[in-house]
Design a protein around this ligand. Structure first.
Ligand SMILES: [Zn+2]
Ligand SMILES: [Zn+2]
Ligand SMILES: [Zn+2]
Length: 331
C-alpha cells in the first residue's frame, strides 16, 4: 500500500491499487470494546473497595478476594487492550493479513489464565477436603455475595443483551453459515461467568456449613464448578487455537467459493485454501485450470458479493493440451 503505482499515469493501475484493502472490519470501533472497558473499570473498583475494606476491617477473606479481582481485571483489561490494538493496527502492513487475529490471541491467553487459576482452585479444594478449616461464615458469605453481584452485572454488560445491535448484523445475501463468535468477548464473558459460578458454589457451600455443619460440601461444589470452568476454557482454547494455526474454514463457505469459481467458463479447482483473518472474515487462495482465456478478475467478481470473503488470490492455469471437450477437464 505504501509503494507508488508502477505507472502513475495509468488509471487501471490506480483503480486496481485503490480496490486493495487489508482491513477486514478491524478498523471499526465495536461496542464490545466499550463494554469490556466498562467491565474492567467495574472490576478494578470492586478490587480497590475490597482491599480497602479488608485492611479496614482486618478481614482476610475480603483482602484475598480483592487480590483475586486483580487477576480478573488483568484478563478483562487484556480483552479491552486487544480491541484497541486490533483497531489501531488495522492498516499496519507489518501484519500480513490484518489485525483480525489479535482478539483470538488475547482470548487464547485469557483461556490459559483461566485454566491455570482453576487448577489452583482444584488444588485448594482438595486440601480443604482433606483438612477442613473453620470458616468465618458472615465474612465469607459477604465476599461471595459481592462477587456474585459484580460478576452478574459484568456478564449482563458484556453480553450486550440490553442493546439493539442491528448495525453489527452482517448483511450477506448468500452465506447463512453460523456467525463466527467474537472470541475476545467470549473469553471475557467466560471469566465473569466462571467467577459467578464459584460465588454461587461458595454461597451454597457456606449455607450448608452453617445449617448442617457440612464443611465438606463447599470444596466438593468448588470441584464441580472447576470441571465446568475447565471445559469452558478448553473449548475456547480449541476454537482460538484452530484460528491461530490457520485451520481450514467451514465447509459451507468452502462449497460456496468452489461453486462460484467453477461457474466461470469450464474452470476446475485444483487447490483451495480458506482460512480466518478475523471475526466473520475469511481469505481464499485458489488455483483453477481452464481452457478459456479468463482473467483472475472474472473469478474475483464471482466472489464479490460474498461479504465474508476478503483478499482472494486466484491463480489461473490455461490448459492447451486437451482436445477441447469441457466434460473431461481435469479436476
Ligand atoms: Zn494484499
Ligand atoms: Zn495449496
Ligand atoms: Zn485440458
Amino acid at each position: 500500500m505504501t509503494t507508488p503505482p508502477a505507472s502513475p499515469s495509468c488509471t487501471y493501475h490506480a483503480t486496481v491499487q485503490s480496490q486493495h484493502k487489508h482491513d477486514f472490519g478491524q478498523g471499526l470501533k465495536k461496542s464490545a470494546e466499550q463494554r469490556t472497558i466498562l467491565v474492567t473499570a467495574l472490576t478494578l473498583a470492586t478490587m480497590v473497595a475490597e482491599v480497602l475494606g479488608g485492611l479496614w476491617t482486618g478481614s482476610m477473606a475480603l483482602l484475598a478476594d480483592g487480590i483475586h479481582m486483580a487477576g480478573h481485571a488483568l484478563a478483562l483489561g487484556l480483552a479491552a487492550g486487544a480491541y484497541y490494538l486490533a483497531r489501531r493496527h488495522a492498516q499496519d502492513r507489518r501484519l500480513s493479513l490484518g489485525s483480525g487475529k489479535i482478539g483470538d490471541l488475547a482470548a487464547y491467553t485469557s483461556a490459559l489464565m483461566l485454566g491455570a487459576g482453576t487448577v489452583w482452585l482444584v488444588v485448594e479444594a482438595g486440601q480443604r477436603l482433606r483438612h477442613p478449616v473453620p470458616i468465618q461464615l458472615t465474612e465469607a458469605l459477604t465476599v461471595a455475595v459481592i462477587g456474585l453481584v459484580v460478576n452478574l452485572l459484568s456478564a449482563w454488560l458484556l453480553s450486550g443483551k440490553h442493546e439493539h445491535h442491528h448495525h453489527d448484523d452482517l448483511h450477506d445475501r448468500h452465506v447463512h453459515a453460523e456467525q463466527q463468535q467474537d472470541h475476545n468477548l467470549q473469553a471475557a464473558l467466560i471469566h465473569v461467568l466462571a467467577d459467578a459460578l464459584t460465588s454461587v458454589a461458595a454461597i451454597v457451600g457456606l449455607i450448608a456449613a452453617k445449617v448442617w455443619g457440612w464443611l465438606w460440601l463447599d470444596p466438593v461444589i468448588a470441584l464441580l464448578a472447576s470441571v465446568v470452568i475447565l471445559r469452558w476454557a478448553a473449548g475456547l482454547l480449541r476454537q482460538t487455537g484452530a484460528i491461530l494455526l490457520d485451520s481450514e474454514g467451514p465447509g459451507e463457505i468452502r462449497n460456496q467459493v468452489r461453486e462460484r469459481l467453477e461457474s466461470v467458463a469450464d474452470s476446475r479447482i485444483t487447490d483451495l485454501h480458506l482460512w480466518s483473518v478475523g471475526q466473520n472474515a475469511w481469505t481464499v487462495t485458489a488455483s483453477v485450470v481452464t481452457h478459456s482465456q479468463v482473467s483472475p478478475e472474472s473469478y474475483k467478481e464471482q466472489l464479490a458479493d460474498l461479504a465474508v470473503i476478503h483478499h482472494p488470490v486466484i491463480e489461473v492455469y490455461h490448459c492447451d493440451i486437451c482436445p477441447v471437450t469441457p466434460q473431461d477437464t481435469p479436476r
